[in-house]
Design a protein around this ligand. Structure first.
Ligand SMILES: [Zn+2]
Length: 163
């Protein structure tokens, strides 16, 4: 059962990585913060113009400029995240040795996967999943780590080997 959870989580990660959603999201946020930061830092008058007395440009100008600089720094950090993060082109996981038993191609890739229980944020399963990178090939194996799900009462691998 843990194997099935791990494989499904690995497939979900691989699908999400292929869509490039994280990269596009980070770039969109970077553009947003850069635009806001540039507006605030370079043109504080564009914000304060037409505002009533307490929000005078003399008072708000330096504050808006400071916020603008912070927004620009946030934008830069998003750009760094987007550039250094996983690319959509990169396949999931690390190359694994051997040929796929299902399709015979040396396209196996493996990675560490942890499945979280949504409501409690406790890890319900964790282990190494090996997926085949060949399009359409359904081969997938998982090796759960010991000591997470069902721990406590379980004798563990040593007890299992003895009994
Ligand atoms: Zn295969």
């Amino acid at each position: 059962m843990d194997e099935e959870l791990l494989i499904q989580e690995a497939l979900r990660q691989r699908r999400r990585q292929r869509t490039g959603m994280s990269l596009a999201g980070a770039l969109a946020l970077a553009v947003f913060f850069a635009a806001v930061g540039f507006l605030l830092a370079a043109h504080p008058g564009a914000i304060t113009i037409g505002l009533p007395y307490p929000f005078s440009p003399d008072f708000l100008g330096p504050v808006l400029t400071a916020f603008g600089v912070i927004a620009l720094l946030i934008a830069a950090s998003f750009v760094v995240t987007a550039v250094s993060g996983p690319r959509p082109r990169d396949p999931w996981g690390e190359p694994a040795p051997g040929d796929c038993p299902a399709c015979g191609q040396p396209a196996l890739r493996s990675g560490e996967v942890t499945v979280w229980e949504a409501s409690t944020l406790l890890a319900v399963a964790s282990g190494t999943v090996t997926l085949c990178g060949t399009p359409g090939c359904p081969h997938a194996t998982a090796g759960p780590d010991r000591g997470l799900a069902g721990a406590g009462s379980s004798p563990g691998p040593l007890g299992r080997a003895a009994g």
